[in-house]
Design a protein around this ligand. Sequence first.
Ligand SMILES: [Zn+2]
Length: 518
Amino acid sequence: MATLALVNGKIVTVDERFSVAAAAAIDGDRVTATGTSADILARAGPGTAVVDLRGRTVIPGLIDNHNHFVRAIEHVEVRLEGVRSRADALAALRRGAAALAPGQWLLTLGGWHEEQWTGDRRELTLAELDAVAGGRPAFIQAQYDHAVVNTAWLDAAGAPAGAARTGRIGGGLVALNRAASGFPPPADREAAVRAVMAWYNRLGLTTVFDPGGVGVTEASYATLEAMAARGELTLRVLTTLGDGAGGRGAAHAADLAGRIRRARPFDGGPWYDRIAVGEIYYAAFHWDHQASPPAPSAADIEAAGEILGAAAGAGWPVQTHSVTTSGLDLVFDAYERADRHRPIRPLRWSVTHAEGITAGHLERARRLGITVQLRSQGVIRAGRAAPAPLRLLRDSGLSWGLGTDGTRAAQVSPFVTLGWAVTGRSLGGERTLDEPLTREEALIAHTRSNAYLMFRENDLGSVRPGMLADLLVLDRDYLTVPAAEIGDITPLATMVGGRVVHGSLASLLPCQHGNPVE
Ligand SMILES: [Zn+2]
């Protein structure tokens, strides 16, 4: 007997045939059947809650294959995700500042850029932030491009050279992350985790892969791990063994290789698990990661190879941050050397971002069984970076999926990513993809494909018997709504493991058992 029956809907299962069913049965945390409403009602008993979907569309919970979730819990932020005008941004900051607890700073740490606005796209100014911040120090960061601060921030934090006059602070990932590390942390870290999970669940995210990153250490994950152990997560979080310090040198390589050999992947559970080494494991090897990098030396390449050899030997998946064609050349060379040590195909090693990937790389990737995590590069603005190579990957035969690279470099809404992939247009309306995907391709890339990249293809990514019941009931039909509206789709209910974590099924007018409303 099912605990829950969803009937009279349009359930886009994202199974191998992309089949659509009218109904699904859920028992506890798993889907037990899909089929016609009559099929599913036949499984209903006295203890079954029956929900009439009244034609609404259901899709699998969305999975972000590259989302720096843990950064979002380091500070309480007012976000400018998806805001479409200067006036709306200033209004959001004013509202956000007024709602902050006493002593909290007004912080926005990326995820947006002025170029996503229509109309006036000039950078925010010190005077504007003075006007909206209510006397609080304000630090409003646009992606990793620049930040604008106000007078109270300059008084509290001290002005970097040149900032006193303009309130503008220059960009760069390292400099802006270093600045953020000095801001006040949330008073209650668990409350911060709950708030960010609620935000993600509201957007339709049910699983994220958190790739660590510069400044992120194992201690950053302690709160999440403790909450997972108590069954308090509403978002599945998969993470990495990485290199938070951005280390370099033979001693660093030996240390990390030792940690890799001593640890085991996949020793967590369905809510929290460490599944890969990455995305940064040897600073100099990810040389397109920095603004003006020196190319890695022969010693650097050898040291990175030691880390990769340890990962192959100990059976660890590896995800490598790599963006440019020349950076990818080095990574494929190193992967081929590790593969001679021990075949890496079963470990699904991957390249992450990979905007500079070429047909030559794809051939090497096929031989090694390499997978690719793409990000919605170009969703916020056209920018100078290469667009995501969606069509190249789609036609490659490789396993690849879609993610965001939120929360600082990018926005985190999966529906905004899907809308961008289907229309090829940024939030501000510029064309940033020459050859967009079909809706079906984009949805597969944000669900089932990402489940495979995370070794969760038997649990996540589609609505079919045996899978965990992670799904979304949508306010609009993803498959038929005008393409320009895909980014605005909102889940009426988000379910993770059979439990409603956002919205409510009751709001969908549950019918009496055995008497569904047609
Ligand atoms: Zn990265």
